[in-house]
Design a protein around this ligand. Structure first.
Ligand code: IMP
Ligand code: MG
Length: 175
């Protein structure tokens, strides 16, 4: 299979992550420690880059959900596979996602985290397929809007492939 076609280059990602990190640092200045909740596995590279560019006190948690069983074939409801380690009660929480597609995952996570009485819950996603989103979700900090295409790289995979590509590429899953 050929290399995925570049949709967003390494330089474009870096520039956008810088802007997001500045915005977040400004918005959360003087609010105390921010809890960054990365959604595994897809968000791990984005979270690593974003978190290192923040200028505010923060710590990292991970959560894992499962919504797709094989590649792009949908498995049904969102399922919590791994939870955060520390209580988020009274904390400012920022959920960091790789991509919002139908919106079901982020919708589930926001509701689940809000029920634990944090000071606030906001969302940060690198990518949003806005025309595919089925539920009413608001992404507070968004990297890029993209079309209805399957993307890989910078943490995103297709059936575990191409996750560590340095750029965001497009593949055709029927290839
Ligand atoms: P949603 O619940 O439909 O919004 O799906 C969100 C999850 O599906 C993301 O966190 C990804 O793990 C996965 N996903 C959706 N679209 C893509 C894609 O184009 N490439 C890789 N993963 C994707
Ligand atoms: Mg994900």
């Amino acid at each position: 299979m050929p290399n995925p076609k570049t949709l967003i280059s390494e330089d474009e990602i870096k520039a956008r992550v810088d802007v997001l990190a500045s915005q977040i640092s400004l918005d959360y200045a003087d609010k105390g420690e921010l809890v960054l909740v990365g959604v595994l596995k897809g968000a791990f590279i984005f979270l690593a880059d974003l978190s290192r560019r923040l200028s505010i006190p923060r710590y990292i948690e991970f959560i894992a959900v499962s919504s797709y069983e094989h590649g792009s074939v949908r498995s049904g409801a969102v399922r919590l596979v791994m939870d955060v380690r520390r209580s988020i009660e009274g904390k400012h929480v920022l959920v960091v996602e790789d991509i919002v597609d139908t919106g079901h995952t982020i919708h589930y996570l926001i509701n689940m985290l809000k029920s634990r009485k944090p000071a606030s819950v906001r969302t940060c996603a690198l990518l949003h397929k806005e025309h595919k989103t089925e539920v009413d979700v608001h992404v507070d900090y968004l990297g890029f809007k993209i079309g209805d295409e399957w993307v890989v790289g910078y943490g995103l995979d297709y059936a575990e492939k191409d996750r560590t590509l340095p750029y965001i590429g497009v593949i055709d899953p029927t290839d």
